[in-house]
Design a protein. Structure first.
Ligand code: NDP
Ligand code: 8X3
Length: 250
């Protein structure tokens, strides 16, 4: 049976790498993001059927309409990759613009539930073998300075994923919280609002995860036998680990 992956945030990083990975195995693709030129270019690069959608996941009506308007050929979605997301404001909580907190919540929480809600009927119809892969983060599990709302939004992704599993029991639809650690994408460029040297410095002299590493995990999770559900994957590069607790001293 033809398999279809619906990928949000396909214009960069994990989403773009996932488009290539799933295409390599012959999956048809629904690719979305706000940057239409990138989607058009990506479609050109891929040799499988691709439907592109210029879509801001924060806009619930637009998401609903885009899903309702999926061409027949792309409507029986097998795997939803809820990947679109971002971090902003790496400084401490007291220095952050409130609008940055709102943008993270609107994208990582509201956007993710908008897409999930719109696609649930389709995924349930697909049934056995269907998957929802929600991209969380180590920041949803472990606190660190400057993570504030970003980490909290990814903790939401984790708990929402577990809770969805309960409600989807009996449908055959699998749900996974895939939570990576440091990975070199445009993530830090976005987080620092375009500071290329901050991004280069973060990844310099170590071995972060690559977008392709995460795309491989996504493909593995979505292509497991139907009776296997990976609840949560937390993946760090070998060269990343935890630090000691911070102690305030006189
Ligand atoms: P990138 O910045 O490279 O890609 C982010 C993608 O999200 C882009 O395709 C962007 O598309 C899309 N996106 C952002 N906002 C919206 C929006 N409002 N509507 C639709 N699409 C949107 O980063 P990554 O690939 O690294 O990030 C992918 C996911 O992985 C995110 O959820 C991130 O939080 C998570 N993550 C990243 C880690 C890392 O270290 N890189 C580690 C752990 C998790 P466009 O701008 O065209 O709309
Ligand atoms: C991104 C990974 O370590 O910057 O989710 O929080 S980290």
């Amino acid at each position: 049976m033809k398999k279809i992956a619906f990928i949000t945030g396909a214009t960069s990083g994990f989403g773009k790498a996932a488009a290539h990975r799933f295409a390599k195995e012959g999956w048809s693709l629904v690719l979305s993001g706000r940057r239409i030129e990138r989607l058009l270019n990506l479609k050109e690069e891929l040799s499988v059927p691709v439907h592109i959608m210029q879509l801001d996941v924060r806009d619930a009506d637009a998401v609903k309409q885009a899903v309702a308007a999926l061409p027949d050929e792309f409507s029986a979605v097998t795997a939803l990759l809820n990947n679109a997301g971002l971090a902003l404001a790496p400084q401490g909580a007291a220095q952050v613009d409130l609008s940055d907190w709102h943008t993270m919540i609107d994208t990582n929480v509201t956007g993710l539930v908008n897409v999930t809600h719109a696609l649930l009927p389709t995924l349930i119809k697909t049934g056995s073998g269907a998957s929802i892969i929600n991209v969380g983060s180590i920041a949803g599990q472990w606190p660190y300075p400057g993570s504030h709302v970003y980490g909290a939004s990814k903790a939401f992704v984790k708990q929402f994923s577990y809770n969805l599993r309960c409600d989807l029991q009996g449908t055959g639809v699998r749900v996974t919280d895939l939570s990576p650690g440091i990975a070199e994408t445009e993530f830090t460029l976005v987080r620092t609002k375009g500071d290329q040297s901050a991004s280069d410095n973060l990844y310099q002299g170590t071995t972060p995860l690559s977008a392709e590493d995460i795309a491989e995990q996504m493909f593995y999770i979505a292509s497991l036998p139907d009776h296997i559900n990976i609840n949560r994957v937390e993946v760090m590069p070998t060269r990343q680990a935890w630090s000691p607790f911070a102690i305030d001293r006189d």
